[in-house]
Write a protein that binds this ligand. Sequence first.
Ligand SMILES: *Cc1c(COP(=O)(O)O)cnc(C)c1O
Length: 379
Amino acid sequence: MQTYLHALLEQRKNTALYRHRVIHNSPQTPLLVIKGQSYLSFCSNDYLGLANHPRLKIALQHSIDEYGVGSGASHLVTGHTHIHHLLEKELAAYTGCDSALLFSTGYMANIGVITALMGRHDAIFLDKLNHASLVDAALLSRAKMIRYPHNDMQALDRLLSKTTAQHKLIITDGVFSMDGDIANLPHIVKLAHIHDAWVMVDDAHGLGVIGETGRGILEFYGLEVPILMGTLGKAFGVFGAFVAGSTVLIDTLIQSARSYMYTTAMPPAVAQAIRTSLIVSDEESWRRQYLHELIGYFRAATTHMPLIDSVTPIQAIILGDAEKALAVSAALYQRGLLVTAIRPPTVPQGTARLRITLSASHTKKQINTLITALRDVLS
Ligand SMILES: *Cc1c(COP(=O)(O)O)cnc(C)c1O
């Protein structure tokens, strides 16, 4: 085994696909300390700058005094506290759905909901750029998996017409995690109606960020879908995820979503920090407004760069091959900036890129530093 694995790792290194972890020593703020040096980071999904917010920290600390650190069991045994229960009600209210169910991570939420609803005689339609957890969930469900080209509604229409499956489920990211563009949800909903299909949206990067009051893609378009998945470790700055929908859907998931049933509930103190995050993200709506101001500012200054069209905090600069993306990321690192190079298989071959994420915790001055450095390294 050692020899075999070693050869595979060497192969990765030779093709610029080897991954390593950056070890830092700081809270999730724009400045990260690495080996005693401070770096300006554009990598975090902490879009509203809540991950290190004093009110969230205090909520967690106080709740630990009251509930301890661990939940001790799964939700169906003795892990489901009053705090979890209140948070689920508040998430339902936040999203305008009847019910919501907490999961420990977004990955597990996707696995749970998709495997609970779909089986051998069904078909799942996925955007080609959907998040890996959705692809894994579809595979695990044993339903027929049909992937359509990114946001290609004609292709989706054609593929839906051809299927004879019992149940059809269309799944899309709300905001695409590596490109930052937004799904054509109005068209998807229309096709679902025509072809009698169900719709699930994974709004990991949209919730808290887009829509008039940050309610995500559904508010952005003024739409409803039967299944909404949201995460709590990105804009909300904490950890965890949820699925929202009808009470019948949520009850079904409690009965049969295996990644819900067979795992330890998140610590109650974490749930309490999330409850506070929902309040703070509303009360401090300036964070969202300021974030969108920064996005506009950044885009106006980078019109000459190969940027993907995006009104979200995810701004991707396409560079082509993995070597190039790594070299540019390394050059930025030399200048004290952290910008992740995203390579295949996370993105399609030939579309390796820099993935810049902006946050309400960035200052204009920091954005200027980024723009200047990008001009230097890309010229
Ligand atoms: C991050 C992400 C997930 C996974 O959520 P976690 O809570 O980090 O496990 C799922 N879907 C999308 C689109 C994501 O970006």
